[in-house]
Ligand binder design. Structure first.
Ligand code: IMP
Length: 180
């Protein structure tokens, strides 16, 4: 079993680049069908989505636009605990068909917040494409989650854009932590 070390954590191979790319190809084909005669605006959520977006967009052959946004998370003082602040939502969202591109949906908190902000700008439609989904970690129901690459167990993963303490985004495969 191929193992790597990122800082203090040991990881083992989970999804190889070839497997990831094959799945992304199918997601792109589905989007070409679903958005035929439309011009969707893909909005990638930084930082984790940059490799997924790059590979996904190469499989999309309908007219489309690409933008990125970023959310900052921090511990708030309110009882809800976590607050997310939105930075740099693209301006041209009104009446557009939006596809939000995420690396991973864990609890769904980040995405819930992003979707609320986008919908306030009156887009024609909003769907989400996430490379990974941890169904058993989901706390917020995401009804717009139309495209999921892989459903994975509730384990920490790194690589292909996903990081551990900022490291590992450059790995071409996805690895999972060998222990919690
Ligand atoms: P959520 O708000 O709980 O859905 O968390 C989503 C964000 O947490 C993702 O965009 C990632 O940045 C990060 N995240 C969640 N799970 C993992 C993981 O297993 N590896 C790396 N980052 C993760």
């Amino acid at each position: 079993m191929h193992k790597i070390q990122v800082e203090d954590k040991e990881f083992e191979i989970f999804l190889e680049n070839d497997t990831i790319n094959k799945r992304i190809r199918l997601m792109g084909i589905q989007m070409n069908v679903d958005y035929e005669n439309k011009c969707p605006l893909f909005i990638g959520v930084l930082n984790g989505s940059f490799l997924f977006m790059a590979d996904l967009i190469k499989e999309v052959n309908i007219p489309c636009e690409v933008a990125f946004m970023r959310v900052a998370s921090y511990e708030g003082t309110s009882s809800s605990g976590q607050v997310k602040e939105l930075i740099g939502l693209p301006a041209n969202i009104k009446d557009r068909d939006i596809i939000v591109v995420e690396d991973i949906v864990d609890t769904g908190l980040t995405l819930t917040h992003i979707l609320k902000m986008i919908k306030e700008k009156n887009p024609a439609s909003v769907k989400v494409a996430s490379l990974l989904l941890k169904p058993s970690a989901l706390k917020y129901e995401i009804e717009d989650l139309a495209y999921v690459g892989f459903e994975i167990p509730n384990e920490f993963v790194v690589g292909y854009g996903l990081d551990y303490n900022g490291l590992g985004r450059n790995l071409i495969d996805i690895y999972r932590a060998t222990e919690a």
